[in-house]
Design a protein around this ligand. Structure first.
Ligand SMILES: NC(=O)C1=CN([C@@H]2O[C@H](COP(=O)(O)OP(=O)(O)OC[C@H]3O[C@@H](n4cnc5c(N)ncnc54)[C@H](OP(=O)(O)O)[C@@H]3O)[C@@H](O)[C@H]2O)C=CC1
Ligand SMILES: N[C@@H](CC(=O)OP(=O)(O)O)C(=O)O
Length: 363
């Protein structure tokens, strides 16, 4: 099958650059249109971008002219990935959806909409059924409909990965706490975190992050309504989530120290928890998606792992590492989770969502 035409909004940013790396040699997608602000539009991508990835800028992308983020420029795309600054993403993404385009967005603007899927593709791919139904209903009438799928907050992605197989097997988790150690790439590039703030330092505040983690977890682990058109997040009575977020001097990879309690008694054993995480296979892998991790969750036994520099690239950043799984004297278990914030927490999640949508003939 011919590759699908892909556009990237916000192509010059931290997430946008990761999209370029992931899409430049992707078998199912071809980089077709790259968009950024009017500061970058009109230049060749290689001249507009301040490339900060540790892999070289792909030559094919470097020659692509940067466009304004208009529907006209992107109208022939089969799929549009957005890494736009959230301050500007709202009206641009809305116009794209209204023009009939399929948008997969990293921005936070539409995550709370009741009919918009909020997806971590290794966790709740089944929530994409809401857009699948919408697209199929439109097709049956000979029409085309636009839609948006939101990618979760990057820290939420790591948090919910172990929760999915555990709740599937052992029932609800009713108490959950997490303390994050988040990489500087999560703060973006314009302007990003100044070196003087993060060198030899930890910043115990990331604006809006704790509220996002606490709320998004409930939507991702929640369900849909009876006709499958809207999402029903878990209630505050069903699960209490408490997050504390910190910025640390790590380039990529968010680490989270989590503790959890199961509602049902008796709780499983440590060995059962480990086995359940090891055996978990995400739907994207079952669908044969190109980027799906072979091992969704890597259970690490060494006392001093996971570590961001050593473990963030497992399964090319699409796999999540979980270590130090042990009993917790306050709740039931505690563990350390590591996920690549710009791969499975952002651009990679977008690419994997698009692969799932393609496998299901939604795009
Ligand atoms: N970094 C991460 O780990 C994660 C980020 N996100 C979200 O993804 C989005 C992008 O984040 P990030 O890549 O870190 O941000 P950056 O600041 O690194 O990049 C922002 C992008 O938006 C473009 N842009 C800025 N203003 C405008 C405008 N007026 N019109 C069109 N384009 C504009 C910039 O283009 P130009 O270069 O021309 O200014 C740039 O391409 C945000 O919404 C963020 O919250 C989500 C999860 C994780
Ligand atoms: N806040 C995240 C990145 C981000 O932009 O998240 P969100 O897409 O939820 O705004 C971080 O700093 O690591």
């Amino acid at each position: 099958m011919a590759p699908k035409k892909a556009g990237v909004l916000g192509a010059t940013g931290s997430v946008g650059q990761r999209f370029i790396l992931l899409l430049s040699e992707h078998p199912d997608f071809e980089l077709s249109v790259l968009g950024a602000s009017s500061r970058s539009a009109g230049k060749k991508y290689g001249d507009a971008v301040t490339w900060k990835q540790t892999s070289l800028l792909p030559e094919s992308a470097s020659q692509v002219p940067v466009s304004e983020c208009t529907v006209e420029a992107f109208k022939d795309c089969d799929i549009v990935f957005s890494g736009l600054d959230a301050e500007y993403a709202g009206p641009i993404e809305k116009a794209f959806v209204e023009a009939g385009l399929a948008v997969v967005s990293n921005a936070k603007n539409y995550r709370r909409e009741a009919d918009v899927p909020l997806i971590v593709p290794i966790v709740n791919a089944e929530h994409l059924s809401v857009v699948e139904n919408k697209v199929k209903a439109a097709k049956a009438k000979g029409e085309k409909t636009g839609f948006i799928v939101c990618i979760s907050n990057c820290s939420t992605a790591g948090l919910v990965a172990p929760l999915k197989p555990l709740t599937e097997k052992y029932g609800p988790i009713d108490l959950l706490t997490t303390t994050t150690l988040q990489a500087i790439s999560g703060a973006g590039f314009s302007p990003g975190i100044p070196g003087i703030d993060i060198l030899d330092n930890i910043v115990p505040y990331i604006s809006g992050e704790e509220e996002k983690m606490e709320w998004e977890t409930k939507k991702i682990l929640g369900s849909t309504n009876q006709d499958g058109s809207k999402f029903v997040p878990l209630s505050d009575d069903e699960i209490k989530v408490s997050a504390q977020c910190n910025r640390v001097a790590v380039s990529d990879g968010h680490t989270e120290c989590i503790s959890l309690r199961f509602k049902n008694r008796p709780a499983p054993s440590v060995e059962e928890v480990k086995q359940t995480l090891r055996e978990y296979v995400c739907d994207a892998f079952k669908l044969g998606c190109h980027s799906a991790p072979k091992q969704t969750i890597h259970v690490l036994e060494q006392n001093d792992r996971p570590q961001p520099r050593l473990d963030r690239d497992r399964d090319a950043g699409y796999g999540v590492s979980v270590g130090r799984i042990r009993e917790d004297p306050v709740l039931d278990f505690k563990m350390v989770v590591l996920s690549h914030n710009t791969v499975i927490g952002a651009a990679g999640a977008g690419v994997l969502i698009a692969e799932i949508l393609a496998a299901k003939n939604v795009i």
